[in-house]
Every structure is written in structure tokens, then in C-alpha cells.
Design a protein around this ligand. Structure first.
Ligand SMILES: [Zn+2]
Length: 213
């Protein structure tokens, strides 16, 4: 682990680097090709995900995705597209199809967790079982996980593997589970726009570092 100050200096340098146009064409015209990343707000429409004490997962996911899009406007190196911008259901493979067409440098699905034990809390990032440790998806997931935990101070549950629909795409892809709706304290945090903004900033930071490598 780097000391926190070294780490934040590094992150600042990375961000400055990304804000600097990479190619200046002859004649001085600036060319920049932003990376195109798909942010997927999990669930939607008739599929709410879990609902705990009136807070639905689909809503939390969407609010975070919209925040990433909004804050992402400040980072010309990144171009975010969303699989949904309102409360509608999009079939999973359509989400990937959309990503292949409009945002195929990276795919991140935003989800919120739930569990039978209300004491369980924290952030985890999930990869499909076919993704190798040390591969592109794993790298991206690890940086997002670290950055979201760094910004929120949530419990770090690390990287986990599951069988996910993202196995159907070659795009570096992961699923971030931003917290447990079943944990009363975490649910309260997830209901706050300030906290959701910290999550969104963490996601952007992780992606900035990943795409600067
Ligand atoms: Zn979910």
C-alpha cells in the first residue's frame, strides 16, 4: 500500500494527464478520442431488484449511474453512455448489445446488495468466472473497488467471482455492488445523494486510472 498522500498525488497526476489532450495534430488542431464506457444501472421497470424499507435497488442504481454521467462531463477523456436513463427494464443482452455499439471500452453495471443478516455491509466488485485474475476486467474491477472504498470508507469486501451475463461480451466488464440495502446504516447512506455522489466519484476515479495505464 502506498501512503495516502503519495496515492492522492499519483491520482491527481493521472487526472491531469487525462485532462491534457493527447494528440496535437499539425496545424494545432486538437484531437482527442475519449474512451467510451457503458454504465449500466441494474434492474429497472417491473424488475426493482431488492426493496428494503421502501428503498428500491433499481432507483439507487439509476441515481448513481446518472451521477457518473453528470460528473463525467468534467472529464473529457471519458465518454459515458448509459443503458437506461429512466425507470424502464432493458433485457440483459440488449444492455450488452448497446455497449458493443456505443460504449465498448468498458462496461460497468451498478448494483446494490442484500443479505439475510443485517450486519453484513460493504462494497464489492464482481467479475464473471471466465475473467482471469490480472486480466483487463480484473484490473478495471480492482481499481474501481479501491477507489469506491477510498471515497466512501465503506467496508472493503474485495473482488468476487460469479457467473454473470457479462460473459457474453469481450468488453472489460464488471459489476460494482455499492452497498447492502439490508444493512440499516448502509441503507441510510445509500439513500443520501451526498453518499451516492462519493460512489460516483469513486467509479470515475477508478476508470480514470484504469484507462491511463
Ligand atoms: Zn441487483
Amino acid at each position: 500500500m502506498l501512503p495516502k498522500t503519495t496515492k492522492s498525488v499519483f491520482v491527481t497526476l493521472v487526472i491531469l494527464f487525462l485532462l491534457t489532450p493527447s494528440v496535437v495534430a499539425p496545424g494545432g488542431a486538437i484531437q482527442s478520442t475519449p474512451v467510451k464506457i457503458t454504465i449500466d444501472a441494474g434492474h429497472g421497470g417491473y424488475d426493482p431488484g431488492s426493496i428494503v424499507s421502501g428503498l428500491s435497488e433499481k432507483k439507487v442504481n439509476l441515481q448513481i449511474a446518472l451521477k457518473v454521467k453528470e460528473l463525467g462531463e468534467d472529464h473529457p477523456a471519458l465518454d459515458f453512455v448509459l443503458t437506461r436513463t429512466s425507470d424502464n427494464f432493458v433485457p440483459l443482452l440488449d444492455r450488452l448489445g448497446y455497449a458493443e455499439e456505443h460504449g465498448n471500452d468498458g462496461y460497468l453495471s451498478v448494483q446494490a446488495n442484500s443479505f439475510s443478516d443485517p450486519r453484513v455491509n460493504g462494497v464489492e466488485t464482481i467479475l464473471d468466472r471466465t475473467r482471469k485474475q490480472g486480466g483487463a476486467s480484473w484490473d478495471m474491477a480492482k481499481l474501481i473497488q479501491e477507489s469506491v472504498v477510498g471515497r466512501t470508507d465503506a467496508r472493503d469486501r474485495g473482488i468476487r467471482y460469479q457467473r454473470l451475463y457479462t460473459r457474453y461480451t469481450e468488453i472489460p466488464s464488471a459489476m460494482v455492488e455499492v452497498g447492502f440495502l439490508t444493512s440499516p446504516s448502509e441503507r441510510e447512506r445509500l439513500a443520501s445523494s451526498t453518499y451516492r455522489e462519493s460512489i460516483a466519484r469513486g467509479i470515475i476515479q477508478g476508470l480514470l486510472i484504469y484507462f491511463s495505464r
